[in-house]
Ligand binder design. Sequence first.
Ligand code: GDP
Ligand code: IMO
Ligand code: MG
Length: 439
Amino acid sequence: MNKIDILLGLQWGDEGKGKVVDALTPNYDIVARFQGGPNAGHTIEFEGRKFVLHNIPSGVLTPGCVNVIGNGVIIDPHILKGEIEGLRQAGFDLKDTLKIANRAHLILPTHRALDAANEKALGKMKIGSTLKGIGPTYTDKTARKGLRIGDIAMDGFREKYEKLKQAHLQQIQGLGFDMTGFQLDGVDFNEYEKLWFEGIEYLRQFSFIDSEYYLNEALDAGKKVLAEGAQGSMLDVDFGSYPFVTSSNVVAAGVCSGLGIAPSRIGKVYGIFKAYCTRVGTGPFPTELFDETGETLRRNGHEFGATTGRPRRCGWLDLPALKYAVMLSGVTDLMMMKSDVMDEFETIKVATAYRYQGQETQHLPFAACTETMEPVYTELPGWRKKIEDRRQETEDRRQEAGDRIPEKLEAYIKYIEDYVGVPIKFVSYGPDRTQNILR
Ligand code: GDP
Ligand code: IMO
Ligand code: MG
């Protein structure tokens, strides 16, 4: 029986999922997103070109690959239209290869306004949301009030829209939020609403599918399917540092509900992490660095949000958090990204435990958001050597493993493997789709 493979972020997002999904896509027939929405920003670079995808799966740049936006994803039709058109102008026509789940929920313009109103009301305690309407849309989904892609083709769509919009406007008013002059992506709210409906009309040309049937039947027919996660495990609504999280299940379980795939049909679980950590938005980050080293990570790693442009908070690798994420998703293969960012470092620290309430522990505590967790570090020597770039060589030669990884980087990798208990099979040393070594 064919199984679905999964690729997930294991930290706070932005691990490099877009790059790896794109690099793996030649091995798959279908790539499917299962959760999140345009809060994601997945970067792909090749042949000097750079693409950032938000609502669209990262398999779209590989000719022939079918890309599915699954039922667990939430969609802003205006943003999605912009992305599809941008890709079309760059030479990638998705008309026949992009499929959208009927059951995927729609992000209304008022969901985005509500997001802004909620954040404003939280004041200093704000989540640091990307303001794409994620929280309010998933709230309506669980409250059984949402509008779905399939509704577009049904009678009474406009009426349902108006009803939900009015309910949102009341909530917004209740929060004391003034809509006068409120803008979305630089345009007036009413103008955005017009663009949103244009987006709805535009999407009608794509196939709306029952993605649970589509994917299970594809697996039955022997097709190879990769599920692409957004965000990272530490932002999971159940297991992240609640309430400073996103509003979906980012862990492997999200694939079951977000695509309609049974647990027994899950194959490989690729877990991806950076050789250090970053986080955007508010919330605990035990290994965060506020010094020159943090600046160096940000500068070398170009750590600025792909969706919002915000500077990312940077810090050392957090092994208890990584091990936790591996446990939650049953990760079978690890992939380490951005090792090149620390090429010049003389020494590197990794957190191996936390000091919490006077005790040393490797468990992430429930009260992580309110109590102090001090990381306990182990210091390792830096490798001070670049992985030799063999972009010009053939795929086989390039991916020849072992000998190209500097000895001390190999020791760093082994240290992580020993701690976490899962092999690191893939090491990425640059943003280009070819800058990887298989171990
Ligand atoms: P995603 O959200 O997980 O897809 O990650 P983002 O695209 O938000 O952020 C990852 C950033 O790191 C992007 O700018 C990538 O081009 C870049 N990147 C990915 N892998 C590497 C790597 O190994 N080295 C370096 N220097 N950059 C990388
Ligand atoms: P990718 O897929 C990094 C963060 C936001 C905020 C919190 C909630 O590119 O890895 P939301 O907009 O979901 O209400 O924001 O989650 N966040 C991300 N951080 N990468 C992402 O996606 C993120 N998506 C949401 O910064 O702290
Ligand atoms: Mg990102």
